[in-house]
Each structure stands twice: as C-alpha cells, then as structure tokens.
Ligand binder design. Structure first.
Ligand SMILES: C[S@@+](CC[C@H](N)C(=O)[O-])C[C@H]1O[C@@H](n2cnc3c(N)ncnc32)[C@H](O)[C@@H]1O
Length: 253
C-alpha cells in the first residue's frame, strides 16, 4: 500500500496545529480547536481497543493519537499532498481563486508537518494516506471503524465521500459534525453555507442529523446512538467559546 512517507519535521515553526495538543518535551501547542476535555464524546464514546480505524481528515492528528492511546490501529487520511481544500469559487467581487487555493495548499502542508512533528514526539505507529477522497483505494484494506471528524461540511460532495468509505465496509461509521443543539434528528436538512455576503471560503454544508441518518441508511448503516460534545473553538477570535457537535454512531446492518 502506498502510505505517505513520514516527514522528519524538527521545528515547531514549520507547523500549523489545527488541534490543541500536549506534546512531550514541548508542552501545550495551541491550534484552532481544543477538543481535550470533550474528546470521549467527540469520538462517540466507542471502545477503540483492538479496532482498525480510518481517521478521515486527520489534520494535525489529535484524533488519531487519542484513538491510538485507546488501543486502536489507525490509518490517518487527508487530502493529496500539495492540494488545496475545495475552495468556494466565487466568480464575482474580484475573488482571487488561485491565491486562495495557494494559501490553502500552504496551510495544508504546514498542517501535515504538524501531524508528523507530533507523530514523532508521541511515538505514534499510525500510518498516513493522502489521496482523493472520492476514490479511496480498496487496497487500504478493511476497517472496523471510519471516523469523519468535521470534514463532511467542507466537501462539495459529502455523500460521495461517505460512498467512497462505505466501499471499504467498516462495521461502524462515526460522524462528528457541528449541529444545532435543538436538532432532534428529525427532518433531513442540508443548509448551503457560502454566500456572496459571508464569503465563507471552504465550508459548504451544515447537515442535520436526519440528513446524515438518511445518507447512512442508503449505504445500509443504522444509527445506533447520537452524542453531544461541546469542544472549544479557540483560534477564531469572533467565535471564541464552546460550540455544539453531534457524534453519530452508525452500525452496518
Ligand atoms: C476541519 S478539519 C477536521 C480535523 C479533524 N478531523 C477533527 O475533527 O478535529 C478538516 C480536515 O479535512 C481535510 N479535508 C478537507 N477537504 C478535503 C478533501 N476534499 N479531501 C480530503 N481531505 C479534506 C482537511 O485537510 C482537514 O485536515
């Protein structure tokens, strides 16, 4: 299998951390999200011991390392090296798509550096795979659990990403997404987030619990449990505070 070649990252300055993490010999590194005191809920409260797990959209890897701590064998997945996230292609107001894509690629590379920096310091055994989310290779093998942590809303085609992972037939899919605290799992709603007014750069969809349940049902997964988590969003000044997530645990029928 063509896993990513580990990067030998020696300097913190070469890294961009998405997550708050405690690193041996370094201490606390700060990022955009602090999941530490809500991590069990964020991971869906599963027993990860002995599980082979695919961590979809690993960023700086905190979820991978936490699942490893709980006894999992993890493959960390992220976007192809050098590729930008799917930037919203505003065609008006002088938006410079090429510049936004270049900035996204650069941030992605620095985030991958952070993953490998932490990977080395934590003595992680996780392997990373970088590639196209729509065509994950079956050679990755079978997984017990696939975890989608705050990634589906960033994709133009979130259902396509679920289909791609369902081909690998994990017995459990966990989706942790930001949801409205009043979402009771009923009406299947998908809200399109970007507009010319908000210029949201790379978040497309707010997906309700009912919407995700319906997608999972099509792929023959049944929602067994939904947990709330309230992690801290710290890296965005106007949003500093706890925000609500739902962690949806679905089992293959
Ligand atoms: C918001 S972060 C979530 C990090 C982590 N999963 C968590 O829940 O804390 C989204 C991650 O998804 C990755 N990502 C976004 N768009 C992607 C795409 N089209 N293909 C693959 N990965 C993508 C990003 O590179 C980033 O690492």
């Amino acid at each position: 299998m063509n896993y990513a070649t580990p990067r030998n990252i020696e300097h913190l300055e070469d890294c961009r951390f998405y997550h708050y993490m405690d690193l041996p010999g370094i201490g606390l590194v700060e990022g955009t999200w602090d999941l530490r005191d809500e991590i069990d809920n964020y991971l869906g409260g599963l027993d990860y011991s002995g599980q082979r797990v695919l961590d979809m959209g690993t960023a700086s890897g905190y979820l991978t390392f936490e699942m490893e701590n709980r006894g999992a064998d993890v493959v960390s997945y992220d976007i192809t090296e050098g590729q930008p996230m799917e930037i919203v292609p505003y065609m008006n107001g002088g938006f410079n798509l090429a510049a936004a894509q270049a900035a996204s690629s650069q941030m992605g590379e620095r985030t991958k550096n952070a993953y490998w920096f932490a990977h080395r310091l934590l003595g992680s055994r996780a392997r990373a795979y970088y590639g196209d989310i729509r065509s994950l290779p079956v050679e990755l093998g079978k997984f017990d659990v696939a975890l989608f942590g705050m990634i589906l809303g960033h994709l133009r085609d979130p259902f396509g990403a679920l289909c791609s992972v369902a081909r690998l037939a994990p017995s459990t899919i966990v989706i942790t997404n930001q949801t409205h605290p009043d979402d009771d799992g009923g009406t299947p709603l998908a809200y399109f987030m970007p507009s010319t007014a908000n210029r949201e750069p790379a978040a497309y969809w707010a997906l309700s619990i009912g919407c995700l349940t319906q997608m999972l049902d099509i792929l023959d997964y049944e929602v067994e449990d939904v947990r709330s988590a309230w992690p801290w969003c710290r890296g965005i000044p106007e949003r500093d505070g706890r925000e609500h997530c739902s962690s949806i645990i679905a089992r293959r029928r």
